[in-house]
Design a protein around this ligand. Sequence first.
Ligand SMILES: C[S@@+](CC[C@H](N)C(=O)[O-])C[C@H]1O[C@@H](n2cnc3c(N)ncnc32)[C@H](O)[C@@H]1O
Length: 267
Amino acid sequence: MPDDESVFSRLQYETSANLRIRARMHQHYSTNPQGWAGWVWERMAIRPRMAILEIGCGDGALWRAHAQGLPAGCSILLTDLSAGMASAAFGTLAGELLSVAVADAVALPCSSESLDLVIANHMLYHVPDRAAALREIQRVLRPGGRLCATTVGVEHMREMHHWLIAACGRPLTPAMLHLPSFTLQSGAAELSRCFADVTREDYPDSLCVPDVDPVLDYMRSMWSALMGQEETRRLKETLRRELAEQGAIRIHKESGMLVAFKGGRGA
Ligand SMILES: C[S@@+](CC[C@H](N)C(=O)[O-])C[C@H]1O[C@@H](n2cnc3c(N)ncnc32)[C@H](O)[C@@H]1O
């Protein structure tokens, strides 16, 4: 029987619409001028002839800017549990030297010890049997191969959680807020059970939004079940007040990457 979080995740990612609303807000209103995608790309350190798998690839956004300039001879497979997401990734990247497939992180369509790099960006917290997914990633990596997994920290978007709780007028459980179970704080210890040499690097950033609507759209893309008419009216009021008092709606972000090696670096 699937748990509530699996049901949420399946509905949430049936298509790329919700993910795109949130990506748009990050692209337009983030304060770090480098940009998340560029920062992640640098850390992936792709070299010629690498065999690479991205799991939970979403709409393939990570590859959009780089698909044409990939180092020579790389083989790259993007996978996602959602057929809608895989098809969006295929649509974005059709004609590029990448393959796309529908696959669950716990059953990867790759032979054992065949990959140099597995990428799991903002997705491990959605996998109900994460231990099985981590074993599967370990199986497909060659000795010395690398896992790059981005995720969020416990402070990520904390203002949105406070505003939502205030608008609902009652406490909301971590499950109702969809707080992730695999974070920058908890993830390193979890990865250390399967991998060696685990490191964490944070990407300093925040949001500074000059308008109420993008914040409301973002919140609706996550918590529409909690946002009835009255809750939405209260949220609008709060956001307008924030805007009037501070000149912008400011939101804390905490994101980063955990890097881990199968059997240690250079094994
Ligand atoms: C927050 S999105 C991240 C998408 C992309 N990696 C990014 O960083 O923009 C999470 C993605 O993980 C996928 N996903 C959830 N559970 C999964 C699973 N068990 N196996 C593979 N993909 C999964 C969802 O369909 C969704 O596309």
